[in-house]
Design a protein around this ligand. Structure first.
Ligand SMILES: NC(=O)c1ccc[n+]([C@@H]2O[C@H](COP(=O)([O-])OP(=O)(O)OC[C@H]3O[C@@H](n4cnc5c(N)ncnc54)[C@H](OP(=O)(O)O)[C@@H]3O)[C@@H](O)[C@H]2O)c1
Length: 218
């Protein structure tokens, strides 16, 4: 089935960048609208870039009008928000929740969100609790189709250095045989490819795809 117009949030990040490449080379996606706060700088006849102010809900609403699928891999890190938990929440929770509400308002067919392995609204860990809370609140919106992917530590090349991530990327693969599948590091490419496969699925309602399932899929 052809998807006339899809909208991508998070395109300037690791997963989002890979997702854009797969969407551009897949003929079942005809028009890709990238919504970002800074230019993406990719020229392609299928792609257009809308720069918006993410604190403005109306601009988010307008950006998802008349599209069939919305993807979001928006998120931040402790370092980027200088350990400010309110700021962290404004990005991982508020922005993604506003995107989900816009999907509801505009009757978008499907919303695909990147969360995290271990997401749990009851967790004592700030990050896992935040990821669990955003999933939980979006579930309550009863979107036509909400697909949340929960990858573990991402493997892939970034333009920036992240100490914690880099340490995990070196150490965890050494124990790969004994690490439970839902915690095993995963290539960012696999996650982006899984987003494409789930975009083409006919799953409705709320769906959680854990790390183990993504690893098995691709
Ligand atoms: N890293 C891991 O190992 C790991 C593991 C599991 C789950 N995750 C989750 O997976 C998701 C994607 O990860 P990733 O590594 O692809 O992310 P990433 O490379 O850090 O990219 C994050 C994206 O979010 C955007 N963003 C951040 N703050 C924003 C703001 N205030 N307004 C608008 N856009 C904003 C960034 O835009 P700019 O380029 O403009 O900043 C970028 O496009 C995140 O939610 C992350 O928490 C990560």
């Amino acid at each position: 089935m052809k998807n006339k117009k899809v909208v991508v949030f998070g395109s300037t990040g690791l997963i989002g960048g890979l997702l854009i490449n797969y969407l551009l080379s897949d003929s079942s996606f005809e028009q890709i609208v990238v919504v970002s706060r800074r230019p993406l700088n990719i020229n392609h006849k299928k792609l257009s870039n809308q720069i918006i102010n993410f604190s403005n809900k109306i601009q988010i609403d307008n950006s998802v009008k008349n599209c069939s699928i919305v993807f979001s891999s928006i998120g931040t890190t402790k370092a980027k928000v200088q350990n400010n938990k309110d700021k962290y929440r404004e990005i991982d929770f508020d922005i993604n929740f506003n995107i989900a509400k816009s999907c509801k308002l505009n009757n978008v067919n499907k919303f695909i969100l990147i969360s995290s392995s271990g997401a749990n609204s009851k967790s004592s860990n700030f990050y896992l609790k935040l990821k669990g809370e955003i999933e939980h609140e979006i579930n309550k919106l009863n979107l036509n189709s909400f697909i949340v992917l929960r990858p573990s530590l991402l493997l892939g090349k970034r333009n920036e250095f992240r100490l914690g991530e880099r340490t995990g990327q070196i150490i965890l693969p050494l124990f790969s045989k004994i690490i439970p599948p839902n915690v095993k590091p995963i290539n960012a490419e696999q996650v982006a490819k899984a987003m494409i496969l789930y975009a083409k699925s006919n799953m409705s309602g709320n769906n959680i795809i854990n790390n183990k399932s993504i690893l098995k899929l691709i």
